[in-house]
Design a protein around this ligand. Structure first.
Ligand code: SAM
Ligand code: SF4
Length: 333
């Protein structure tokens, strides 16, 4: 039985048992809602090494964190990333090792990731039309991502979920097709409302806002949706499509705030532990780990102390200019 001091509980009584780790801010795509066309990336010397990330992951699991998601930027473009998956996959106490990826590197890596213990993966896909896909990712090739999805299926992950960000007049006409794609392959799909993180220059976020309720209404023109109480421990609200059995999730930071049940924190690629996606409260774990190399107790002390500054929630507001200047690639969502 774990002692009180061995788990992470914040001042609002929320237990933190889920960590999302961004292993790089770099990416082979430049999605219009995530990044600006020109981006300054973190210099390599400032990045946590893969060994440092593994030690932080270990400290978290010793404090009751059972679920770790590797994300980015595009996590699979970081050199030797499979080793990190293997190291984290072996940690005692870890229940789930998860991945969020744009899919482009999966033809190369899917098998190794499955062998390292990854059971569920999320693959981002916002369009099934090559030109629109290119427009939304600025440089991405749809064919590569579809090959990545095929490779993930062949590798035999327990669950593959598609993540789609829907923008008005960009890809809102593809909602039914995306659900059809997921249904045909027996995959879940989640729709995410765009969050105002970082300056992006491509579109006006308020104008492009397409709410989860609008998406649901579009789906209900073709399908019957049954609300379910199922949860994967995240902010998604789930429905089942009666006709196909597909599970559809909605992540709705604007229309349905989910902060009360927040169970997660995020580690940026430069070692900043962010206590909330929509706020700047953070702890510099790189400094802790580099000042006290090999001292896991110091690290755990810092993790426990961080709970005192976990804020109550985000204050996302699309009608004002971004107040969070950090782009999504720093934290991986
Ligand atoms: N590169 C990987 C990918 O695209 O899946 C992992 C990192 S990406 C930042 C994680 C998720 O965040 C993706 O599903 C992406 O669509 C989503 N995302 C990026 N920027 C966003 C934003 N401003 N609002 C909402 N979701 C966003
Ligand atoms: Fe890259 Fe993912 Fe951001 Fe797209 S959403 S630019 S794939 S990090």
């Amino acid at each position: 039985m774990r002692q009180e001091s061995d788990i992470l509980v914040d001042n609002f009584g929320r237990t933190v048992n889920y960590v999302r780790i961004s292993v790089t801010d770099r990416c082979d795509f430049r999605c219009v809602y995530c990044m600006d066309e020109e981006m300054q990336f973190v210099p390599r010397a400032k990045l946590l090494s893969l060994e440092e990330i593994a030690i932080i992951a270990e400290a978290f699991t010793e404090l009751g964190v059972g679920k770790i998601r590797i994300t980015g930027g595009e996590p699979l473009i970081r050199r030797n990333i499979a080793k990190l998956f293997r190291d984290i996959g072996e940690l005692d106490g870890l229940e789930e090792l998860l991945l969020t990826t744009n899919g482009s590197q999966l033809p190369k890596l899917a098998g190794e990731l499955k062998d390292a213990g990854v059971k569920r993966i999320n693959i981002s896909l916002d369009s099934l039309d090559p030109d629109k896909f290119r427009r939304l990712t600025r440089v991405g090739e749809l064919g590569k991502v579809l090959a990545g999805i095929d490779a993930a299926e062949a590798a035999g992950f327990e669950k593959i979920k598609i993540n789609s960000v829907i923008l008005k007049n960009r890809n809102d006409d593809e909602i039914l097709d995306l659900v059809g794609f997921a249904s045909a392959r027996g995959m879940d799909i989640s729709f995410i409302e765009e969050m105002p993180l970082g300056v992006i220059g491509d579109h006006d976020r308020e104008e492009a806002y397409y709410s989860s309720d609008e998406i649901r209404a579009d789906l209900e023109q073709r399908y019957s949706l049954l609300p379910t109480t199922e949860s994967t421990g995240g902010p998604s609200r789930y429905y089942r499509i009666v006709e196909t059995g597909t599970r559809v999730g909605f992540i709705s930071p604007h229309s349905h705030n989910f902060c009360d049940s927040c169970n997660r924190v995020r580690l940026t690629c430069e070692g900043r532990l962010l206590l909330c996606l929509g706020q700047e409260h953070s702890v510099d774990l790189r400094q802790v780990i580099r000042t006290h190399p090999g001292d896991k107790d110091k690290l755990k002390q810092a993790l426990r102390a961080s709970m005192d500054i976990k804020p109550k929630g985000h204050d996302f507001d699309l009608s004002v200019k971004p107040v969070i200047f950090r782009h999504m690639n720093m934290t991986g969502g």
